[in-house]
Design a binder for this molecule. Structure first.
Ligand code: S3P
Length: 433
């Protein structure tokens, strides 16, 4: 599937962007091992989260998607999952494979996790090594990538583990295994990463200790199903925020967006770039802060992105790079080497796209610098990466010529109605199968 995008200059409207991907995954996982029924409101019906739901269906967890978008999950309790008949295919979803590996490590049955071409290249030793220290029997391919075979062991043991990379997926994987381990499992983070696992465990009433950058859980607890509200995904909202900022005119209003402080790096970065962004109606819903975001056409300025903001903006760098291409002056992103092991090598993929559009830039091992200015047009390869595809679609608001983006089907992994909402806001996108 490719997008043919004709430049437009206005971007405006009020939009309900879909539910948060990270929170939707966790809601399914914790609901599946709760006792009794949970109702998930605002669930992201993107391919990644549906892959998680399907994985639990293969392990005997029944669920129902209602017309209003709610998902009912019939929890089977912490020890009620059943051995899947086949390998669990979780498509493009890094969050599913990392978190499920931790959860499955404590089960009394064998399982095997695999996914699409991109997922089969994602690093897994970062979770399998600490799980091995817990006594788990978890084996990757020789390259340290999926498939991941998880074999049952008698009992996991708690560990104290200092994460070598700031990764919420690795942290969560260890904490999930910790729910099945003997003793108290502690994870120490080098930099704060998204804490949805911790918040949701607490929302389900599971005790969790947090002292600075140390997070601890113990096994032996169970919890009841409940109703959970998933806020709109700030990572999806980011495309609309930057679109409004780089358009010549217009204002977008995005209600109910999750503003967890471990996710708001994109707002801090854009505000430092002089973006016209307003936050209204802040409130706390099921332990997660939410608010309405308003963004308007802005005169963006290049900045050196503060390195402490990298983990809290990690998924937003493709669209931040488009903001940088439209800013006056230079933007420098460093200490972001993790971008090379996402759904694609996002540093290389953004750099290639910027080259096509005639935007001056320099690529580093751990980031890139971008000189804002004129944006041309041309044919961009998304590398099957949803966020690269959406970022360059938004770039058309500042492009002089049409932008063609190849390999866009994976937009459905995180933002299934992106084309419709972006078109309603003013973009002109032809989808060619
Ligand atoms: C996620 C954590 C991040 C992020 C990913 C979702 C999560 O990955 O890039 O899209 O839900 O925990 P890392 O924690 O590996 O950086």
């Amino acid at each position: 599937m490719k997008f043919l995008v004709t430049p437009r200059r206005e971007f405006a409207g009020t939009f309900k962007v879909p539910g948060d991907k990270s929170i939707s995954h966790r809601a399914v996982m914790f609901a599946a091992i709760a006792e009794g029924e949970s109702r998930i409101q605002g669930f992201l019906e993107g391919e990644d989260c549906l892959a998680t739901l399907n994985a639990f269906a293969a392990m005997g967890v029944q669920s129902q998607r209602l017309d209003n978008g709610d998902v009912l999950v019939q929890g089977v309790g912490k020890h009620g999952l059943k051995a899947p008949a086949d390998d669990l295919d979780i498509g493009n979803s890094g969050t599913s494979i990392r978190l499920l590996t931790g959860l499955l490590a404590g089960q009394a049955f064998a399982s095997c996790l695999r996914g699409d071409h991109s997922l089969m290249t994602r690093p897994m030793r970062r979770v399998c090594d600490p799980l091995g220290l817990m006594g788990a029997d978890v084996v990757t391919a020789e390259s340290g990538t999926p498939p991941v075979e998880v074999r049952p062991v008698t009992q996991l043991q708690a560990i104290e583990y200092e994460l070598p990379v700031a990764s919420a997926q690795v942290k969560s994987s260890i904490l999930l295994a910790g729910l099945y381990a003997q003793g108290e499992t502690t994870v120490i983070e080098p930099k704060a990463t998204r804490d949805h696992t911790e918040r949701m465990l607490q929302a389900f009433g599971h005790p969790i200790q947090k002292q600075g950058n140390r997070i601890s859980v113990s096994g032996g607890h169970s919890w009841q199903g409940r109703t959970l509200q998933v806020p709109a995904d700030i990572s999806s909202a980011a495309f609309f925020i930057v679109a409004a900022c780089i358009a010549e005119s217009g204002e977008v209003v995005l209600p109910n967006v999750g503003l967890n402080p471990t996710r708001t790096g994109v707002l801090d970065i854009l505000l430092a770039m002089n973006a016209d962004i307003e936050i209204r109606d802040q409130q706390l819903v099921d332990g997660e802060p939410v608010a309405t975001i308003v963004a308007r056409a802005s005169q963006l300025q290049g900045i050196d992105v503060p390195t402490e903001l990298v983990p809290s903006a990690i998924d937003e760098f493709p669209i931040i790079c488009i903001a940088a291409a439209c800013a006056s002056g230079t933007t420098r992103i460093t200490e972001a080497a993790e971008l090379r092991v996402k759904e694609s090598d996002r540093i290389a993929q953004v750099a290639k796209g910027l080259k096509t559009l005639g935007v001056a830039h320099e690529e580093f091992a751990d980031g890139l610098s971008i000189v804002g200015g004129r944006i041309g047009g041309g044919c961009i390869d998304s590398g099957s990466d949803h966020r690269i595809a959406m970022a360059f679609t938004v770039a058309s608001l500042a492009a002089q010529e049409p932008v063609e983006i190849l390999d866009c089907a994976n937009v459905a992994t995180s933002f299934p109605n992106f084309v419709r909402l972006a078109s309603d806001a003013g973009l002109s996108i032809d989808v060619c199968e």
